[in-house]
Write a protein that binds this ligand. Structure first.
Ligand code: BGC
Length: 387
């Protein structure tokens, strides 16, 4: 048949466009090694909208599963020292579980990551009132933060597949001023790194502090606590807090304290140091560290090593601070993957961001975004192993 070759290529093209799976696989590459991005339906939200689940895969076999509901990282499969792939995050089994009760597992956080004291701030002479949802303060963007909205997703295929997520928060949404257009791009790199690029613009002066709230447990499967993980933080100073975890304004040198992670330190070794008031207030680690190095170039912020699996995670960021949270508030009430209950300190979070409560601390690096400016930050979580 004369038109057969054209028909065949048309059929191939159509299948690539409609199959929801289109990869950059070259001939002779085995299926399990192909890089690309797949999309499947994830479920329906209470308001009738539907969410999707995207699986990004690189040629080394690492996968990242991300839903456009809350931009949540649902899973991250990375190899251990023997090449065994396991999930290194805490997560839930279904969309409905994420909707019902999610302590921010894997989620995008905004418009303001971490706390704003008493849910109030003043900008250009006007005071704004925000939703109070944590010990008399505003936490992680309020009642319906960016972790609970449906983002518009655009998959980008390639050797380093990416998922672009877009959301516009309305003027007045959760009490914040300005229509804020946000774009977050997750890219799974060839070198087993997940890069997150954040971008935002506004039509009125506002405050912005975006981050991702993945809970990590490098043992794989989160079957036990993270007290044996070894953490290094490139930070000389701690953002001291009060009993409600609001910064006092003091930036405290960490040297010689339970907060000194300048050298690799076992998480559990000083976490219960009851003589340290900061440890008492946080119930362990739940603080921002001021990262060493100035400017907004990418710098190594943190390294985590888990000795039994040999997994290593390095965190690089353009942000000035990192919130190191050791899952002190997990209490087994959230049942995650495979019906497994996540208990106290079964994960650690490394949330790269500006300082908490910056809108009320003029001495802290500013989080104000004005019309005509573009908010731009990048954070990279890179995985490797050592024996
Ligand atoms: C906060 C914790 C909070 C956790 C989950 C962290 O960023 O610092 O205090 O419990 O998020 O909401």
């Amino acid at each position: 048949m004369k038109f057969l070759p054209q028909l065949l290529s048309l059929a191939l093209l159509t299948s690539c466009l409609t199959m929801t799976s289109c990869s950059s696989k070259k001939e002779n590459e085995s299926d399990d090694k192909k890089a690309g991005i797949d999309k499947t339906a994830y479920g329906q939200l209470p308001d009738g909208q539907t969410a999707d689940l995207y699986t990004l895969r690189n040629a080394a076999g690492m996968t990242a599963q991300i839903t456009n509901y809350g931009g949540i990282i649902v899973g991250l499969q990375v190899p251990d020292k023997d090449g065994k792939f396991e999930d290194v995050t805490l997560g839930q089994d279904s969309l409905s579980s994420y909707v019902k009760n999610n302590p921010y597992f894997g989620a995008l956080i905004g418009r303001y990551g971490n706390r704003i004291a008493k849910g109030k701030f003043t900008l250009d002479g006007k005071t704004y009132d925000l939703f109070i949802n944590n010990m008399g303060n505003h936490l992680h963007g309020g009642k319906v933060g960016f972790d609970k909205v449906l983002w518009t997703a655009t998959p980008v295929d390639g050797d380093e597949p990416a998922l672009k997520l877009a959301y516009t928060a309305k003027d007045g949404e959760e009490g914040y001023p300005g229509n804020l257009s946000v774009e977050v791009t997750y890219t799974l790199q060839k070198d087993n790194a997940l890069k997150i690029d954040y971008k935002a613009t506004t039509d009125k002066p506002t405050v912005v502090n975006l981050t991702n709230h993945t809970y990590f447990n490098l043992t794989g499967g989160a079957k036990r606590d993270i007290l044996d993980h070894v953490v290094t933080l490139n930070a000389d100073k701690l953002i001291a807090v009060d009993q409600t975890l609001i910064p006092t304004g003091e930036l405290k040198p960490v040297a010689g304290t339970a907060f000194d992670f300048l050298k690799p330190s076992v998480v559990g070794s000083r976490i219960n140091d009851s003589t340290d008031t900061q440890i008492k207030y946080g119930g362990g680690y739940d603080h921002g560290w001021v990262l060493n190095g100035s400017g907004d170039s990418l710098k190594l912020a943190a390294t985590v090593y888990e000795p039994t699996s040999g997994r290593v995670m390095e965190v690089r960021t353009t942000e000035p601070a990192i919130q190191f949270y050791t899952g002190n508030f997990l209490d087994g009430s959230v049942v995650g993957r495979e019906g497994f209950a996540y208990k106290k300190r079964y994960a650690l979070c490394l949330e790269t961001e500006h300082y908490p409560d910056s809108p009320n601390h003029p001495a802290f690096p500013t989080t104000v975004l004005k019309p005509g400016e573009t908010y731009k930050t990048t954070t990279i979580y890179q995985f490797s192993t050592k024996k």
